[in-house]
Design a protein around this ligand. Structure first.
Ligand code: PGA
Length: 264
């Protein structure tokens, strides 16, 4: 972490907690976050849960006199409206009260065929609608073992650099090695830092202020017991958390680790 970039921890719920259990979890996260002012916190529930969750989180914030936690979508379609059956636009997400959207997650790249150009369009649409964008990048195990990690990751980063310019703190990159997602195999802090530093250098080569303001989250089997060592790395500005974001008792220790580091 770096003092100029507030740590940002986001919970990616994927296809879990769409109903009352999601409201309960979001309220618990909002209450935990209220005690951790140095950390920016967001949850990314299934779309259906968002209209249930937003008023509850706003109420927690009102009672506790803090800013509400962010609510993120997990995808969008990069056209404002039209004949795109099954899709939701950035404008619709913003209107519904979302503050963030996760884009280009490896599951979307793998199962839904999203490529770099499509992800960049989505990031552009999100930012144009006033949302923050979390653009995910990461290599597969085969790409890592064949020594192509940086080629792949920086190719994905290059695709979003032109659209991230000027986004400031609303532009976020999540480095998520695919082999670490949901596997319990976390990248070592050193390995993760190396990739984060390479991403930061790539941003700096394009635009110094982009490198200074863009937060780079690590994702892939982040848990309460490994969060501190990862977040202590100079170029790791937060975490995108899957499995451990599904229960408050697993998520809160990650938020507390970020607060402890940020508070010095
Ligand atoms: P995980 O998922 O924390 O369960 O590995 C991370 C992600 O997919 O964003």
């Amino acid at each position: 972490m770096h003092p100029s970039r507030p740590p940002f921890i986001a919970g990616n719920w994927k296809m879990h907690h769409a109903g009352p259990s999601g409201v309960e979890l979001a309220v618990a996260v909002a209450r935990a976050a209220a005690l951790l002012p140095a950390v920016e916190v967001a949850v990314a529930p299934p779309l259906l849960a968002i209209p249930l969750i937003l008023p509850e989180c706003a109420e927690v914030a009102r009672q506790l006199h803090v800013a509400p936690i962010g609510v993120a979508a997990q995808n969008l379609y990069p056209a404002p409206k039209g004949a795109f059956t099954g899709e939701v636009s950035a404008e619709m997400l913003a209107e519904a009260g979302c503050r963030w959207v996760i884009l280009g997650h490896s599951e979307r790249r793998q199962y839904f065929g999203e490529d770099d150009a499509f992800v960049a369009k989505k990031v552009a649409a999100a930012l144009a609608a006033g949302l923050g964008a979390i653009a995910c990048v990461g290599e597969t195990l085969e790409e890592r073992t064949s020594g192509r990690t940086l080629d792949v990751v920086l190719r994905m980063v290059d695709a979003v650099i032109p659209v991230l310019r000027g986004a400031g703190a609303r532009g976020v990159i999540a480095y998520e090695p695919v082999w670490a997602i949901g596997t319990g195999k976390v990248a070592t802090p050193d390995d993760a830092q190396q990739v984060h530093a390479a991403i930061r250098a790539r941003l700096a080569a394009a635009d110094a202020s982009l490198a200074a303001t863009t937060r780079i989250q690590y994702g892939g089997s982040v848990k309460g017991d490994n969060a501190r060592a990862l977040l202590a790395q100079p170029d790791i500005d937060g975490a995108l958390v899957g499995g451990a974001s599904l229960e408050i008792d697993a998520f809160a220790p990650i938020l507390r680790a970020a607060q402890a580091l940020a508070a010095g």
